[in-house]
Structure formats: C-alpha cells, structure tokens
Design a protein around this ligand. Structure first.
Ligand code: ADP
Ligand code: MG
Length: 851
C-alpha cells in the first residue's frame, strides 16, 4: 500500500540532504512525481482532502520550477504542509502505515515515476509537412486565456518548443549518420529529435586562431597549445598516486604535462607518442620549467585545425566523440538549417541587425569567426528573450485592463496611522507606501512586489495597507509560509493595531494548529465580514475559508509559495489587489525577467539605529579562534548559530554532517554549553520545539544546516558562524547572515572558508565590505551567472537566454519592442507576426504547466 505522506517526506529528506536540492531525488523531479502522488493521496485521504492535495501538488511543481536557492525553503514549506495534513490536524506517519522502510524509498519513488511515464520524451511521429508551411494558427482567444491564467514569476523557457508540425520534431535518427546505436547514446544527452540535435549547444569553443606556441607561454596564463606527443608514460609515485606524464613538442620547444589518478589512467590510450593533441589549461612551473597540470586534452586531426579555426566543444556522453559530433552536425545543418522556419519577421530582423535563424545555427555550431559566433548568440538570445517578454508584457496588459476596487485613502487618516507607529518610517518605506497607495487608488488590480533586505521593515508597510483596506469595510489576508512566521506576524499586527487610533481593524490567526473552536469563529468572521484581516499559513486557502469581500492579498516570503497557492488565495476575492514581499534580493538587471509582469518597489534603506553586522572571513586554520569568540559571546549571555551548509554531499566534498559536528562540538569544544541541533531530517514538530527552546534562551549554540528560517526573530543571537562558506553564493550567505543582528547588541558573522585559495577568500570578502543584499546579488550575478536567481531547469537553448538575461541592454531593448508590438497588435494576429505568436505560445505553454 502506498504511503504518500511518508514517501514524499523521505524524498524531501533525500533532496535536501543528499541531492543539494537539485531536484534529483526522484526521476523526473518532484513535478514529475506530482501526478503519482496526487493519485495516491486521493486514494488515501479521499475527496474531502482535494484542496489540500492540490496545494501540495502545486508546491511540488513550484519546487521543480524554482531556482536552487529557494528550494531548501520550499522543501520546508512542503514539510509543513505534510505535517498540517488534509484537515489541518497533525498527521503522524502511523496513520499511514506502521512500517517504516527507509531504504526502499528512493528506488520505489524513481520506479513509480518511471512507471507513470514522467520525463519520457515521446518523439512526435515523423512529419513530412512542408517546412515552409504556415505555422499552425492558435485562436486568439485560446492565447488570451492561457496568458490570463498563467501567473509566471519565473520564466521557464519551454523545454521542447513544439515545432513538430514542421519536421523538426522528427526522430534524430533521420539525420544521416545517426543510427539506432548513436540515437540511443544521444538520448542520454536528452536529444531525441532533430530539433534537439541542432540546438544542442556547445559547452565552449576551441579557437585555433588563438593558439600559443610553446616558446610564447607565460606563467599563470590560461592557454591552448597544439603539439605532438614526444613521449608519454605512467607510473605510481612514492605516495602511491598514479601519475601520467607526457612531453609535448611543437616546432618552438617542449613542455611537460602531468595528470594524476584516474584522469591520468584515462590518458594512457589517448596520448600515444606521435599523436597530435590540443591541451588547454593554466601554465604552471616546476623546477624552473613551464608545465601544465591536469589540462583538458583532446586528440585532434589535421583537418580540425585547417578546416575551421573555431571548433565547438560539446557536452558528450560515453561512446560519442567531439569529432563525430562536429561532422554529423555539419551534415545535419546542411540538410536542415535552411528548413527551420524563422519566426522573427524581416522588419524586426533588419531593425535590430539580427542574423537569419539558419545563419545563426551555423554560427553557433561552426562559426566562421568570433564575430559570427557573437552575432549568432545575439540572434538566438534576442529571440528567446522576445518570447519571454511578449508573454510578460501581455500578462501585465491583461491585468491592467481589468477593474479592481478603487481604494483612495484619506490623507488625515494615513497621517494619524503613521503618527501612531513607535518609530518614523524610513524614506524608502514612505516611498514604497506612496507607490502602493497609488496603486490602490487606480481602479485596476494592483500587482506589486515589495523587495527589501531582512529587517528593512516590510511588515509595517503591509500592516498600514491592510488597515486602509479595512477602513473601507473590505478585507485583507496575509499569508506566510510557516506557522512560526504567521504567529509572529499575528502578534506584531495585533499589538500594532492596538496602538492605532479608531477604527482599529480586527485581526485573526488561522494556521494548521488553530483550535477547532477558534477556527470556527475566524471562518465565521471572515464569511460575514466582521473580521477584516486574516493572517495565516496555507490554512487560509482551504475551501472552507470564504471571505465576504477580500480586497487585498499579501504574500510574505513569496518565493516559498507556488503560483497555484498564490492564485488560490487571490481567487477568494474578485480581482483583489496583490502585494508580494520577499527578502531575497534579485539583481535589478534581472527584475525584468523574474518580475517582468509586476511592478516593483524596493526598500533599500534600513531603519536607523541598527548596528551593522560585523563580518569576518576566516582562514580554515582559524577555526579555533571562531570557537573562542563564540564562547566569549555566550559568556556575555548571547547565543550563536553554527551553520553547516551541506551543499553537495558527495564523498569528494568533505561536508561535515551536522549530526557528527554537533556531537563533536558538544563533547570537545563546548562541553559546558547547551548545544542544540537542527537539520533537514528533524521532524517539523521537533524543529519547532528546538526553535522554541533556542528562542527562549534555553540553548546557547544552535548547530544547523541551512534550514533555519528566514524571518525568524531571535534578538539575543549575536553570532552566526558559517562553516564552508566558500561553497555558497554571496546572496545566500547574506540571507544566513540576516539571522543575527536583530537585537540591540552588536552582532557578528564569521565566514569560515573551507578552501584557503585566494579567490575563495577574495570572493567572500565582498561580505565584509557591504551589508547590502542588492550589491551582493549583483556581485553574484557577475561571478556566478544568472542561474543562481533563475530556475535551472531550462533546456532548449539553455545557455543563450541565460546569457541574455545578464545582458541588460538587450533585455531593455527587447522589452520595449515587446511593448510596442503588443500596443500595435495586441493579439499578434497580423501577417508576419503570426509565426511569432505561435512561438510565444509554445514558449509559455510548458512554463504554464510548470507553474
Ligand atoms: P522584514 O522586512 O524583514 O520583514 P520586519 O518588517 O520584520 O522586516 O521589520 C524588522 C523590525 O524593524 C521590526 O521589529 C520592525 O518593528 C522594525 N521596524 C520597521 N520599520 C522601522 C522603522 N522605520 N524604524 C525602526 N524600526 C522599524
Ligand atoms: Mg518579514
């Protein structure tokens, strides 16, 4: 008998513990597994639990669609939902089945998902349609509805744009030179159709025109060298390591190259004396001579060098070679490149100086020059970005065409409310409040994101807005991802409202743990309108909760909710205003992609009087100092977090399991202190208990993986030590850091690097120099690319739109174009734009499913 709660719980544990939230604990990801889970849960809990089941399913899909950064917290939310159970009562695993079989889960889960057919890519039947045929027309109406329903904050380009009607969807084995065997190998790379094949992007390029000769090498440079193997041999060193050493020569000199271990063994066959090889790596030095250690190495034929100066280097799978893929690509492009219909109309192409699709495909795979390559990338990036922006702008236009309740606040009342606050609003808060009030007065439904670092004071803005709504006799609801947060908000709001001049809004708290009697009263109050403001968790979106007149929906920590959940709450009103809040800073340049359908306000100023957190990057050998420092803080009555972020639990990476670590710390380092432990496998109720104890000061040091909640207020905690900090993005480290510095005492953040490398330390030093999350997000974007902030599930033309997202100018250009096009032709039904619309449609279609 299936045990959906337990299975999903285990999967989440695996996900967070062993798979670093890569969505790999189950084949097909959580989204792929959602269907199976829904069926099993429905069997077990019956029809009554439908809305709960759907909200869990929504969260599973949202998990897969989200960026890795948000997933840890989304997993927490899921656990909360599981714990809350269908009726809002706590479901213990025993209700499902007494037997707990831990080892069986991953295999079962994967097998189930496979049985369900998730991720099985079905090659569309070979189609012989004229490649130049009119693209399939989608009725205007269909498009509009799909867009209206899709609220898509994170754009996920469609996995396989549906071009099957044009022959590109045909099996890859139609390409000459690809038979059953190679076809199967290509399938390992996710390539099953001709389109997949011609859009299989090179990982990088080898530029033979930029090669260096051995006599021109400079220490420390990254270079590629084309040379002949002079001699090559492997041996075992006195430290029992395998070492493979080769002497390479070109006409200008010789150079020694070495590889170790399995990598070295792999070279034995490839590096026969006489072979011509291309090695790429960093030039090092040994005993005064220039060398390379573990460079990338490829054997090359003469034709590679003479035929084309820039060669693509593809991601490969066992059994396929670069050379084969390159020559097959050439054949495939000769046959197909011209037959791929170009969706971009000529006028747009000439206005922006874009290559034709065919020329761009050639340029991506077999560029004539660096310029050709750059222009090809730009063309493909432009196209993808345009589809994205057309969808976003379309959605924004649609919302603005709807009517929303007009709420004009009386200036005197607003002044009286702000005067009643125990502090003055910061400039940023005043500005954001004005923007929000402006939205409410417009008569169209507001949709605004309020972005601000932890502690920037978002809650009070929401509180004021909700009060203004309540003043008009309407209702407002605020949803938070966890019970702890919802309770914290409720207490804060109740106290605040108490201090407000009449009329004071009424507020109720609704979570999974609300007692039946309280719950009935709140549900009744919301239904008859006597209760104006509801604060709560997912419990708010249960079917039984009905509002008399819901005019404003506030979502706190929005990234922890799925689109479906946010929509479910909005659906409880008629076009209510929407305010979403987040403390996860997104670089400004990415706003147009992630928040392109919303308006954005930013709190970029901290309330005065906060002592900035002091941050120090520590060398691995300074661990002892960190512990001593923690001890001294505890001696002053303060508390400390020690975070062990398990990013990638592989045996290669020596992640200290938090469990062992907590034991070790208690035993050897802090024998006199009270050390607590929190990690992904701790049951949610235990977790609340641990947090409760820590919060009450009954614990000195809390050892935790990255599960410690964002937004939790523990003013007495003044130190956070992050062990292995170099494995994280700056933005994420900044989030961890926000867990201290909430009280009046000076707080500290210690970043213990695991690697002593200069670059690792240098990167972390950015955190020493600023406490501004936005600045750090920009730095992350610069250093690690947009993948940190966007979903990582993209395929199709993956690197290209990603690259485009980092190109702010292109983004703005395309945004303006999208606005202009839709202004002139709102449904893209005119002539040449029809093909464009079909592409936009398919681009957003899969994304719609993901949401
Ligand atoms: P967040 O943006 O992280 O949700 P909160 O809304 O929880 O931040 O605010 C953090 C703390 O700052 C709260 O205790 C709040 O009362 C306080 N606060 C908010 N605005 C101001 C202000 N303008 N001046 C002083 N304190 C403020
Ligand atoms: Mg908050």
């Amino acid at each position: 008998m299936a045990r959906p709660l337990e299975t999903l719980g285990k999967m989440l544990d695996l996900e967070t513990r062993d798979y670093s939230c890569q969505d790999r604990a189950v084949a097909g990801g959580l989204a792929g597994y959602a269907g199976t889970w829904r069926r099993q849960a429905a069997e077990m809990f019956g029809e009554d639990a439908r809305s709960w089941i759907e909200s869990v399913v929504g969260q599973m899909k949202a998990y897969s669609a989200s960026s890795v950064v948000s997933r840890q917290e989304m997993a927490e939310t899921l656990r909360e939902m599981l714990r809350a159970g269908p009726s809002g009562t706590v479901v213990s695993p025993a209700t499902e089945s007494p037997a707990v079989v831990a080892a069986e889960v991953p295999a079962t889960a994967a097998a189930e998902a496979v049985a369900e057919g998730t991720r099985v890519v079905e090659p569309p039947a070979a189609s012989t349609n004229e490649p130049t045929a009119e693209p399939q027309q989608v009725p205007a109406e269909a498009w509009t509805t799909a867009q209206a329903e899709a609220e898509l904050p994170v754009a996920e380009p469609a996995e396989t744009p549906d071009r099957s009607g044009r022959g590109l969807g045909a099996p890859v084995t139609l390409i000459s030179g690809i038979g059953e065997k190679r076809g199967a190998l290509l399938a390992n790379l996710g390539i099953t159709t001709i389109e997949n094949f011609v859009t299989h992007m090179p990982r990088r390029y080898e530029d033979y025109s930029q090669l260096k000769t051995i006599d021109r090498l400079v220490y420390g440079e990254r270079v590629s060298v084309l040379a002949t193997v002079w001699e090559a041999a492997g041996r075992t060193t006195h430290t029992h390591k395998y070492l493979f050493r080769a002497i390479l020569s070109d006409t200008t000199g010789t150079m020694e190259v070495t590889w170790f271990g399995p990598q070295g063994r792999g070279m034995v066959k490839r590096l026969q004396p006489g072979a011509q090889v291309l090695v790429s790596g960093k030039v090092g030095e040994y005993l005064g001579r220039l060398t390379m250690t573990s460079p990338e190495c490829e054997t090359v034929g003469r034709s590679d060098v003479t035929n084309a100066r820039i060669q693509p280097v593809y991601p490969l799978t066992e059994g396929l070679t670069q050379r084969w893929l390159r020559s097959t690509m050439r054949r495939a492009l000769s046959a197909w490149a011209d037959r791929v219909p170009d969706a971009l109309p000529d006028d747009i192409r000439s206005r922006y100086g874009l290559l034709s699709l065919s020329r761009a495909l050639w340029g991506i795979h077999l560029p004539d020059s660096q310029d050709h390559l750059a222009a090809s990338r730009r063309r493909l990036a432009f196209e993808q970005t345009l589809y994205l922006q057309l969808g976003l702008v379309r959605q924004k236009r649609l919302r603005k065409s709807q009517t929303g309740r007009q709420i004009a606040a009386d200036a005197a009342r607003t002044a009286a409310l702000t005067a009643a606050l125990p502090y003055e609003l910061t400039g940023a808060q005043q500005r954001s409040l004005a923007e929000l009030m402006g939205d409410l007065a417009k008569g169209e439904p507001m949709s605004r994101l309020l972005q601000g670092d932890v502690g920037s004071g978002k809650t009070v803005i929401a509180a004021l807005l909700m009060t203004l709504v309540a003043d008009q006799g309407c209702q407002a609801a605020m949803m938070a991802p966890t019970e702890i947060l919802a309770e914290q908000h409720f207490k804060g709001l109740a106290a605040l409202f108490e201090s407000f001049p009449e009329p004071r809004p009424t507020v109720g708290l609704l979570t999974g743990s609300t007692s039946a009697a309280d719950r009935d009263a709140i549900v009744q109050g919301l239904a008859d309108g006597s209760l104006r403001i509801a604060v709560g968790t997912h419990a708010l979106i249960q079917e039984a909760v009905v509002f008399k007149d819901l005019a404003l929906v506030v979502i706190d920590e929005q990234h922890r909710f799925g689109v479906d959940q946010r929509r479910a709450l909005r659906d409880k009103g008629h076009n209510p205003h929407l305010l979403v809040m987040t403390a996860t800073p997104i670089p400004r340049s990415l706003e147009l992609t992630v928040w392109g359908h919303m308006d954005v306000s930013i709190l970029d100023e901290m309330p005065p009087g906060r002592q900035p957190i002091r941050t120090r990057v520590l060398h691995p050998r300074e661990r002892g100092r960190a512990y001593t420092f923690i001890q001294s803080q505890v001696a002053k009555g303060r508390q400390a977090f020690i975070i062990y972020p398990l990013v990638e639990a592989s045996d290669k990476i020596d992640a200290r399991a938090a469990v062992d670590e907590a034991e070790r710390l208690q035993r050897d380092v802090f024998p006199k202190l009270r050390v607590g432990l929190l990690h992904g496998r701790v049951r949610p109720d235990e977790k609340d208990a641990v947090m409760g104890k820590f919060s009450a000061g009954e614990m000195d040091v809390l050892v935790a993986t990255s599960v410690v909640e964002v937004g939790i207020d523990i003013p007495n905690a003044t130190v956070i030590l992050i062990d292995g900090a170099d494995r994280f993005g700056l933005a994420q480290l900044h989030q961890f850091r926000g867990r201290v510095g909430r009280g009046s005492h000076q707080s500290y953040c210690l970043l213990l690097a695991e690697s002593a490398s200069a670059t690792a330390v240098e990167r972390l030093q950015a955190l020493e120099s600023t406490n501004d999350g936005f600045v750090l997000a920009e730095k992350d974007l610069e250093m690690r690319g947009p993948g940190e902030f966007l979903g990582t599930q993209q395929s199709g033309f993956p690197e290209l739109p990603m690259a485009a997202f980092a190109d702010t100018r292109l983004l703005h250009e395309v945004r303006e174009l999208a606005e202009e096009l839709l202004e002139v032709d709102p449904d893209l039904t005119r002539g040449a734009y029809r093909a464009l619309r079909a592409e936009v449609d398919s681009f957003w279609q899969d994304a719609g499913d993901l949401s």
